[in-house]
Ligand binder design. Structure first.
Ligand code: ZN
Length: 429
């Protein structure tokens, strides 16, 4: 992977321009001048233009991930904003939102400013999500309005649920005044108990403590009801059970302001993957049953699921080499995201790129209030170039994160990211 400054004039030639906002796909050339979209169609480029041949490739909006953990401040040995940016570029992501469960957590205006100032030097756009409660302790609300002024785009105590329903209600009321979504890690910790994998046939077989589907779906239901009461927007992260999908679908039908995301790993794997006791498959919420996984795939085609988000969660090898019970939850996911999702949707449902690309581009941007019309002339070139049919094997060389905890290592994929253009730079893989 090589990143360099874009030439003054860059011509993307002979590519298929896939516009996820307008839902169109056609052969066009694009001229980028000084890092901005100059013209799209059959424009005449000056002789001095550098040409990037995009024959057989798709050019689309740069991907946007509303859920990553870059571990800064506190665990820079796992990831930093700079190393996380490299992982993002390798995955075709031009924009990410970082979760606040750092050490210390992003629970004050000063900590939000720390991220926005550091992000200014990064090669992608990075936006902080502020903590809902001080110290992520679940009780006292943070100074949300002041944090929004410093650049917080949403609020979450991710990693931990907001267990107290009254606190969640107040948080939703404040957030709705600020027009920002609340993202609640829906997992009832009492019900989860010591559960480290999905509760079911597999947990019995493997002798590992189970985490019931209800630990998630009950809280999803609660959050939707509280959002309805306050008229606020609630975003459900990493939906993993069929019951949660049912709740979200019903709420949307009733006009509640609810959106939902699914991760590539919940779409790709089920709890049978744990038969190896490989700790890279240990994640919260856990990989669920095949029936759950199939419902998540269906949730994408039915429009119930709005976004694909990686929940990119780096951990050191030393930590992940612990026993399954003791290893931390989480896996990295930025580099493998597009290929994993494209592979599953193509193989199982023959879903076209145009039918799911909005979940990686327009929908997450809409959720966070970012610009969604990236092909407009004069807009910063924030683009991803893909080979949707290329087959390849994901290995450790495909990883640019500071951590290597990917469950996808060794997987054969269909679809590859070739280049990522953002902030005046071009990264070619
Ligand atoms: Zn979470």
């Amino acid at each position: 992977m090589k990143t360099r400054k874009m030439p003054k004039v860059l011509l993307l030639k002979n590519g298929t321009v896939l516009d996820p906002l307008k839902g169109t796909s056609s052969k066009k050339d694009i001229i980028i001048e000084n890092g901005k979209i100059k013209s799209i169609g059959k424009p005449k480029a000056p002789k001095s233009a550098e040409v990037l041949d995009c024959t057989g490739k798709v050019i689309t909006h740069g991907f946007c991930d509303v859920h990553v953990h870059f571990r800064e401040p506190g665990r820079e040995d796992k990831e930093t904003l700079a190393t996380g940016s490299r992982a993002a570029l390798a995955g075709g992501f031009t924009r990410v939102c970082v979760m606040p469960n750092t050490n210390p957590p992003l629970d004050s205006p000063e900590s939000i400013r720390f991220i926005t100032e550091k992000a200014a030097d990064c090669p992608i756009h990075i936006h902080p999500i502020g903590a809902v409660t001080k110290g992520q302790k679940g009780m006292e609300l943070t100074e949300m309005a002041a944090m929004v002024r410093e650049g917080a785009v949403a609020f979450s105590d991710d990693g931990l649920p907001i267990a107290n329903a009254a606190v969640m209600r107040r948080a939703l009321e404040y957030a709705s005044m600020l027009k920002k979504p609340i993202i609640n890690h829906a997992e009832d910790l009492d019900l989860r108990d010591d559960g480290i994998m999905n509760e079911g046939e597999m947990s019995l077989k493997l002798g590992l403590d189970g985490n019931t589907f209800l630990a998630e779906s009950m809280m999803v239901f609660r959050d939707i009801e509280l959002a309805r009461l306050s008229g606020a927007a609630v975003h459900i992260p990493h939906v993993s059970t069929k019951e949660s999908v049912t709740h979200v679908a019903a709420a949307k039908k009733n006009g509640a302001s609810v959106t939902a995301e699914v991760t590539p790993h919940h779409l790709y794997f089920n709890d049978e993957a744990l038969v190896s006791y490989n700790t890279h498959f240990k994640v919260a919420p856990p990989l669920r049953s095949e029936a759950d996984r199939k419902t998540l795939v269906k949730g994408i085609t039915s429009g119930t699921i709005d976004c694909i988000a990686t929940d990119h969660a780096p951990h050191t090898i030393e930590e992940k080499e612990a026993t399954f019970t003791n290893a931390p939850f989480g896996m990295i996911g930025l580099e493998s995201c597009f290929a994993a999702v494209n592979t599953i949707l193509k193989k199982e449902k023959n879903v076209s790129l145009l039918d799911f690309i909005a979940l990686l581009t327009v929908n997450p941007r809409k959720l966070m209030g970012f610009d969604t019309d990236l092909f407009q002339e004069g807009t910063e070139a924030e683009l991803t170039i893909l080979s949707p049919d290329e087959t390849w094997v994901f290995d450790e060389d495909s990883i640019y994160s500071r951590s290597l905890n990917s469950p996808f290592t060794g997987e054969s994929f269909i679809g590859k990211v070739n280049a990522t253009l953002v902030r005046g730079n071009m990264t070619v893989l």
